[in-house]
Design a protein around this ligand. Structure first.
Ligand code: PLP
Length: 381
């Protein structure tokens, strides 16, 4: 059996998405900037996809900018806020994805931007009172708050309405990395006065290398990539037409199947939690796993002498693909910055992130738990 439990890293491409992309790749090869028939056709296809995506998010098509993925979208939002909107301070959290943390650190070096870190507790829950205090200490339009909707390693979810309300009260801009939630939760940036949200198609069964940044039409930022007039002068370069079509198709399917997928995954996740608790004494789950959490990841913490890397290696050999945390940091040997930031509760323990998708089965979960239990028993022997 080969089991894939790393859907927070990436998801399989849906066959319907592949079909829609193939159709474009085969037949609609025109350059969308060309003014002849082939070009106009490709342009119409892009704008149709933009319109569909905008409808799902309750925004206008002009507020959607296609990017190469979540990382580029996060970079553009933070850079735009600092360089073009005059933000001199970014308030964020140590639990953010590196696409946000490393960009904020770059802006600190390059523009002298002040970074302030919002406190969180040992379950990784954001302290909204602290956020309120930080905002109140220097209210006004010179602050960007960047807090992700759901954490990719531990699943914790930020209340977008609470943060949106605080940002509004204190006049700050609000960016949310929604890469882990678009296509898995209903998301309406306008409802919570969010200025920027980032998405990546490969997290909701779409293709890799395509994403988007929503920029509320009340704010205007300048491009990060210079070149042609594509994306209304915001991103030079010939568009990834098939990728854009694939993203729109994947989002359409994800929205239509969201409730069924969610129920199925939650039942698998609960089953795994129940079995792990029964079979692995001392097991813990990292983050707010029973509270305000995304249903996709489950970060399992195991007591010593279990070694996380050995467990992952042996799970892989036995047929289970899981991960230690963010795929972008895997292999860098530095461990997860998210798990580290949580402190003593999970210190000196091994952790394995399982993350579920709609195609996983109960049988696969049982196989994974049995395999993991066998590996832990071996480590203890
Ligand atoms: N933000 C979060 C929360 C993610 O999980 C990821 C991908 O792992 C990214 C950003 C980066 O997205 P992409 O791989 O499309 O650049």
């Amino acid at each position: 059996m080969r089991v894939y439990l790393d859907h927070a890293a990436t998801t399989p491409l849906r066959p319907e998405v592949a079909d829609a992309m193939l159709e474009v790749l085969r037949n609609d090869f025109g350059n969308p900037s060309s003014i002849h028939w082939h070009g106009r056709r490709a342009k119409t296809i892009i704008e149709g996809a933009r319109k569909k995506i905008a409808q799902h998010l309750g925004v206008t098509p002009g507020e959607i900018f296609f990017t190469s993925g979540g990382t580029e979208a996060d970079n553009l939002a933070l850079l735009g806020a600092v360089r073009d909107l005059g933000c001199t301070r970014i308030i964020t959290s140590a639990l953010e994805h590196h696409a946000v943390i490393h960009t904020a650190e770059y802006l600190q070096k390059q523009y002298g931007t002040i970074i302030e870190w919002v406190n969180h507790d040992e379950l990784g829950r954001i302290n909204y009172e602290h956020l309120d205090q930080l905002l109140a200490a220097a209210p006004g339009k010179n602050t960007l708050v960047s807090l992700m909707h759901a954490n990719n390693e531990i699943g914790n979810m930020t209340s977008l309405s609470t943060v949106g309300k605080l940002c509004r009260e204190h006049g700050a801009y609000f960016h949310s990395d929604t890469v882990q939630t678009i296509g898995h939760w209903p998301l309406f940036p306008k409802h919570n006065r969010i200025h920027f949200i980032a998405a990546s198609a490969h997290k909701f069964n779409g293709p890799k290398g395509i994403g988007l940044l929503f920029i509320d039409n009340s704010v205007q930022v300048k491009p990060m990539l210079h070149g042609g007039a594509q994306e209304r002068n915001m991103r030079g370069g010939t568009e990834n037409v098939a990728g854009i079509v694939g993203m729109a198709k994947a989002l359409e399917i994800a929205m239509a199947e969201m409730d069924t997928a969610k129920q199925h995954i939650i039942s698998l996740r609960n089953h795994m939690i129940d079995r792990l608790v029964k079979e692995l004494p001392g097991v813990m789950f990292i983050g707010d796993h029973l509270g305000k959490t995304n249903y996709i990841p489950l970060n399992v913490s195991l007591p010593k002498p279990v070694d996380g890397e050995m467990v992952l290696f042996n799970l892989d050999i036995a047929g289970v693909s899981a991960s230690g945390g963010s795929a972008c940091s895997s292999g860098s040997q530095v461990g997860s910055h998210v798990v580290k930031a949580l402190g003593s509760l999970v210190k000196d323990r091994a952790n394995v992130r399982f993350s579920f998708g709609a195609s996983n089965t109960l049988e696969e979960i049982d196989f994974t738990v049995d395999t993991l239990a066998g590996l832990v028993a071996k480590a203890k022997a």
